[in-house]
Design a protein around this ligand. Structure first.
Ligand code: ADP
Ligand code: MG
Length: 665
């Protein structure tokens, strides 16, 4: 290929060197091997035939319209194949009688004839081109504007032909039983067969997951080597707090608190992930852990993803802890505590949003950091919070259950506790999927709930009407609700409001001063109003299942039966997904289904784990490879923690965070 053209393709793909093309992997493959007999194929089959053109015909109708047909006699096969092109008379010169070609296309059967319309055709004698585009399993690449599939495929082919192979292999000497790296890259672009493609892909997936697992194994090892100097216990706050609680901790809460106490008895810092469905009572567990820090004369921090949530948690903590003589400081964009020096020596819990992480925020002797709804944060923020202390203990909490495979893949460096079940005395939540036409009935039902003194949420996907006019917007939706329930009964809440305004609305809602809170998904996490029994979500198909589960968790917090109504924007929109919500109230089942239906990227992304996205591995399909890679990585790191005898692997591990496993060659 001409150098200029090659350069144009590379620059369109944003690549500097041709070898980077090796990492531009096919999106899928097409079987264009000449292994089917035209006589046996059916309408719609993909067919590739090699043979000689035995007859041609050019027919014209009127001035511009014409068709050109060429009949191909496949070699060693029965039956003819008719190739047809419309309005391309010049093509005639390409395919004279007697020319040997390979044609590929989708079969149409007309009057007993096997026909290919506008097929892809390559000369057959000129072996090279034919070997690239047809007569083989052909790679189909993801394209960018201005680059044709064939040109790109040809450039990859040429690059691979000139390529000497990788100088190193990070898997050498690790005992992994996989195919050679260079061979795998060649096969993944131009496979000899489906079997070799499978072996090649396996090699690449294994490598990617193995490097990732080595990163995690190293991280974990390092965190185990840290020695945390724990101060002497000087108080008995936990006991006093438990004695004053209006409820008994559930068995699950007691168990997880014991797991935390065991962590806190060790020399290394705690590194624990607490998974518990919405309403399972994670806050109480966090309080237990925080009080343990305070008992040693250290401070604790509680990081929340939104201002509303930080304020709410500060409220809860003040109610529980101030009677014990604990100060609760709130750090948000608008609220900064007074001079910390004044309260030196007073046990303190710092609650806040990202404002907690800012430079200059002094959290005293930080002994424990809690991150609530951790999927809203990245690993950088985790690091920033930990940096406020000297190897403080860490408790991250999530209400979005993480499917087992993902947990294994991304949280291999954390210990995991599961808070199963919800505290007794909770009402059930019934979930129903409804169409917009059925809304009047929903509003009727809502009137009944309001009349019984209960409250309701109505969630909208957007604040204002956008170009996507079929989305219900909060602004107009709230007006509609006011028309139905009265202006006094409805107030709105969304992320663009000032925090004081938001807090005022939430406080009024909590106090029951109005019945309907129309909001965006800012209320998705954590908001706790036990008297709210109805959650209506407009354009529910626009939300991920995990988000819907969170929203549903906003009701059912009191003893009364609650209801969650998921309204489809249009009949049938995402009904299958939404019906998962009708079937189960179990957050783990919801997460597994979401994972299955949408893939891991949408459930959690890899961003929250601080790791780059996977390039080849697909955790839905590659769970077994993952387990094998993890096991192998642990063996390698245990035997050689510094990876001294694996320089290439070490380089990759160090680079991982910059660019992704495969790209970092
Ligand atoms: P989440 O796990 O979603 O963060 P919260 O910690 O906000 O749940 O708890 C939800 C509600 O349950 C709160 O009102 C909390 O006070 C209450 N709660 C927590 N533990 C118990 C318990 N053991 N018994 C009864 N209610 C509890
Ligand atoms: Mg919570």
């Amino acid at each position: 290929m001409a150098l200029k053209k090659a350069e144009a393709i590379l620059s369109a793909l944003g690549l500097d060197r041709a070898e980077e093309l090796l990492f531009h992997l096919p999106r899928r493959y097409e079987d264009r091997g000449c292994w089917i007999d035209p006589g046996t194929c059916a309408e719609g089959d993909a067919l590739t035939v090699a043979g000689e053109i035995v007859r041609t015909k050019l027919s014209r109708w009127g001035a511009r319209r014409c068709s050109f047909d060429a009949w191909l006699q496949p070699e060693g096969r029965l039956g003819e194949v008719r190739l047809s092109w419309f309005n391309m008379p010049y093509i005639k010169t390409n395919y004279p009688e007697g020319r040997r070609v390979i044609a590929h296309g989708t079969v149409k059967l007309t009057k007993g004839e096997v026909r290919l319309f506008h097929p892809e055709v390559e000369p057959w004698d000129d072996g090279e081109e034919a070997r690239i585009h047809v007569d083989r399993i052909v790679p189909i690449y993801p394209l960018v504007e201005g680059v044709g599939q064939k040109a790109l495929r040809r450039l990859v082919y040429e690059t691979i032909s000139d390529w000497k192979g990788f100088p190193d292999d990070p898997l050498v000497g690790t005992g992994a039983e996989v195919a050679d790296r260079t061979w795998a890259f060649r096969q993944v672009h131009f496979p000899d067969s489906w079997e070799t493609l499978k072996a090649a892909r396996h090699r690449m997936v294994f490598e990617e997951l193995f490097v990732l697992q080595t990163v995690l194994a190293c991280r974990r090892r390092r965190s185990m080597e840290v020695v945390r100097r724990r101060s002497e216990v000087v108080g008995e706050l936990v006991e006093r707090w438990r004695a004053g609680l209006p409820f008994e901790l559930t068995a699950a809460q007691v168990r997880v608190c014991a797991e935390i106490d065991a962590d806190l008895g060790r020399a290394r810092p705690m590194n624990r992930l607490l998974q518990g469905d919405v309403g399972s009572g994670k806050t109480a567990v966090a309080v237990h852990a925080m009080l343990r820090a305070l008992e040693r004369g250290e401070a604790a921090a509680f990081l929340a993803p939104t201002e509303t949530l930080a304020q709410q948690q500060a409220g809860v903590l003040r109610r529980w802890l101030e009677p014990l003589g604990v100060r609760v400081e709130l750090w948000t964009r608008t609220s900064k505590p007074g001079d910390a020096g004044l309260f030196a020596g007073v046990p303190t819990v710092h609650v806040g949003t990202h404002a907690l992480l800012e430079e200059g925020v002094d959290l005293g002797r930080l002994g424990l950091a809690v991150i609530d709804e951790q999927h809203k944060f990245g690993v950088l923020q985790r690091g920033a919070l930990l940096a406020k202390g000297e190897h403080p203990d860490l408790l991250v909490m999530t209400a979005t259950p993480i499917p087992r495979t993902l947990c294994l893949a991304f949280y291999g460096d954390l210990d995991v506790s599961v808070l199963d079940g919800v505290p007794a005395g909770r009402g059930r939540v019934k979930t129903a999927v409804r169409t917009r036409e059925q809304l009047p009935k929903v509003w009727e039902f809502m009137k009944g709930e309001l009349a019984a003194g209960r409250q309701a949420f109505v969630v909208f996907p957007v604040i204002d009407v956008s170009e996507k006019a079929d989305l219900k917007a909060l602004g107009s939706g709230a007006e509609e609700l006011k028309g139905i329930f009265g202006a006094e009964a409805v107030r709105i809440l969304h992320g663009r409001m000032g925090s004081e305004e938001k807090e005022a609305v939430m406080a009024d809602f909590r106090a029951g001063r109005f019945g309907v809170l129309a909001a965006t998904s800012v209320i998705e996490v954590g908001v706790d109003v036990p008297n709210a029994t109805l959650m209506v979500v407009e354009n529910a198909e626009r939300f991920g299942l995990a988000a819907l589960h969170q929203l549903r968790g906003r009701v059912g917090r009191g003893a009364a039966t609650s209801y969650c109504v998921l309204v489809m924007g249009e009949e049938g929109a995402g009904r299958e997904r939404l019906e998962v919500m009708e079937r189960t109230g179990d957050g783990f089942v919801v997460a597994e289904e979401d994972f299955r239906l949408r893939g891991p990227g949408d459930v959690l992304g890899t961003a929250q784990s601080g790791l780059p996205p996977l390039a080849v591995a697909d955790l839905l399909r590659d769970g077994e490879v993952l387990a094998a890679a993890k096991q192998r990585a642990e063996v390698v790191v245990a035997a050689d923690p510094e990876l001294r005898s694996h320089p290439e692997l070490r380089r990759r591990v160090e680079r991982w965070l910059e660019g992704g496993a495969l790209r970092a060659t």
